[in-house]
Design a protein around this ligand. Structure first.
Ligand code: A2P
Length: 340
């Protein structure tokens, strides 16, 4: 660190991810000279706690970013599309958690365990994108295998928590569950169907090819992060009635052979990963164990006996922390430490 202190803003500070960004910033070693919390006009005047102080939430406007060095955005795609370039024009570097900028060729898409070098490309537009939550945990877990053996193809099915949709969805699952166990009527507002006691094979909008946008994010973002368009990726993304942590069943076909035991030892020595794999004692990654911490849990590591070079894994991480806020703050830490 150069001794410099940074003015940092959080846009979307009152949301599920924004709130966690504040906690991650409190835990971070970025030297801060000020923090600024931004949200919609509805939240202006609310107060949020930061390291013991109460900070006023301000309405996000075009002049919010003057004097701000780093802005962490999680206020929806539309807000990012409009305000990230305005912030960048004021000399602020934006780390954006929405999908608005992820596939822009001039915007780096970064998972610090996988492609930290890409942070340097923030100079193109003053914007760095944080990948989709499901993509982040998958690439963290498969990166060591990719580096050692190469990957031909990935088949992934996700079991995603409602917190990925935001606060309203957390409330909806809670309200529907409470209503149903009390034999009361329930409302459906956030998803097209009831989420309580149900699974929805539908995350984000459907595209012309029959996949959802979430599924195609996993395809395109994985290739961009590995800088390798030859990787075949096919995804089915499913919303499940879980509050926090996404779980994923991942099948990979490697270029060179690697055994399940070798994968276990490889992953055991990687930062950001915890191997949780002792099925004889009913030990495997669980959403409830991943929630509230930053490690990506990997278990049920098996050889895929249907092909020559295949591995199956179960990958679980806290979608709000490593899948969003933690990854964003880790990118900001690299920026502050190496580039600003
Ligand atoms: P607010 O709480 O004032 O509506 P979540 O993803 O949990 O729903 O949170 C979304 C976050 O984005 C909230 O902090 C919300 O603020 C903020 N937000 C939504 N729309 C806007 C907007 N047009 N301008 C600024 N912040 C916004």
């Amino acid at each position: 660190m150069s001794g410099k202190k940074f003015n940092v803003a959080v846009a979307g500070a009152t949301g599920a991810v924004g709130n966690q960004m504040i906690t991650c910033l409190e835990e971070s070693n970025i030297p801060l000279s000020s923090v600024k919390f931004l949200a919609s006009h509805r939240s202006a005047g609310r107060k949020l706690r930061f390291r013991g102080d109460l900070i006023d939430v301000e309405e996000l406007t075009e002049s919010s970013f003057k004097g701000v060095d780093i802005a962490l955005f999680s206020a929806g795609g539309g807000t990012s599309k409009k305000f990230a370039p305005i912030a960048a024009k004021d000399g602020c570097v934006v780390v954006d958690n929405s999908s608005a900028w992820r596939m822009d060729p001039d915007v780096p898409l970064v998972v610090p365990e996988v492609n930290p070098h890409a942070v340097a490309d923030y100079t193109n537009k003053g914007i760095i994108a944080n990948p989709n939550c499901s993509t982040i945990q998958m690439v963290v877990a498969i990166n060591p295998i990719y580096r050692k053996c190469g990957i031909k193809r990935i088949v992934v099915s996700t079991y995603q928590a409602v917190s990925g949709t935001g606060k309203k969805a957390i409330d909806e699952l809670f309200d529907q569950t409470r209503s149903m166990i009390n034999f009361l009527d329930y409302e459906i507002n956030v998803y097209p169907h009831r989420i309580a006691f149900n699974c929805l094979p539908h995350i984000d909008v459907f595209l012309e090819n029959g996949y959802t946008k979430e599924e195609m994010k996993m395809v395109n973002e994985t290739r961009k992060i590995f800088e390798d368009d030859s990787i075949g990726v096919t995804a089915t993304t499913v919303r499940v009635p879980v509050f926090y942590s996404h779980s994923e069943s991942v099948n990979i076909e490697t270029k060179k052979h690697i055994s399940a035991d070798e994968v276990k030892s490889l992953l055991e020595n990687e930062p950001g990963i915890k191997v949780v794999d002792d099925p004889a004692n009913n030990i495997y990654p669980l959403a409830i164990d991943a929630a509230g911490q930053d490690l990506t849990l990997v278990g049920r590591i098996r050889n895929d006996e249907s092909i020559q070079n295949g591995i199956n894994m179960w990958i679980v991480a806290d979608n709000i922390r490593k899948g969003a806020a933690t990854n964003t703050v880790q990118i900001a830490e690299i920026l502050a430490d190496k580039y600003l």
